[in-house]
Design a protein. Sequence first.
Length: 317
Amino acid sequence: MFKRSNHTSLRDFARMGLMVANNADIRDAVLTAFFFVDHHLRSNRSIESGVWHPSVNVIEMTYGCPRNCRECYIPLEKRRDSSIMDPAIIEKTITESKNLGISLFVLVGGEVLSEQMMPILESTVRFNKNCMFVVCTNGDYIAKQGIGALAKVHNISFSVSIDGFKEEHDFIRGHGSFDNTSKAMDVLRDSRKAFFVSSTVRNNNEATLFSSEFNRFLKNKGVVYQGVQRFRSPNPEWDYSSEKFSDHVSIIKNNKGLYPVPIIHVHMSDDLLSQDTQFSYIITGRDGDIRIGKVEKDYGNIKDEPLSNIIKRVRNG
Ligand code: SF4
């Protein structure tokens, strides 16, 4: 049932740690290193015990997003709904996760960052100092507004989506998107925040995403690691092939020194409850539904029962 991660080794973590220490405020660096290593060790302990313990809670803060990227994973009508998660659900899923030993939270959208979201985000992160939060963003808000008071909070980092240089990125994400993403990375670097990028590999950008030229560009931007995943579509014919993706992964594994920024490859496994370090997570949907991995099925709603009950249900299949 469980698989050890086939791609993130302690050496990868050490390289990432060095990048964080060089690029970020020392308090961000220490907290990022501590919580990521904790997550990694917790995953490995679970493999040894044979009992599935999620170590990350991915919280869908909103489905709203004003952009219109090609093949966005969120249907258009959901993206046009800018409502955000009820703060009571946010606090409940965080508190109950902490009680179960989960201290790493990835906040996703839609687009997480907006005027409406910033005060909620700030109070959530400040109130939960014994946790780490990673905010996934397309960079638009940061490019225009910066990160405000979050620059002074250290248990938060950012993951910026980037799908290549301007030509490839704007083809996928719309005109002007690359410039915003690039500016957002400058803001984060200059604020000495620990931050990552997330890139989705497609046929039109594969050459760029794995090139040392692009990787050097990321290093100069202050990026700590580049996470890559293969493109998947509701229409399987449009998927980026897993064979081609595996080939890239092998090349990366054998030539890590070529890439100034470590590349971490995710979404390799189809094993639902894999203890792969990137996969031992639960998802809290905007309305409190709890899911895992890529499965649409929800296992219960945190508004109705304790998270511990729902996790037992997942374990029992
Ligand atoms: S930025 Fe993200 S959520 Fe928004 S349209 Fe693009 S892929 Fe979808």
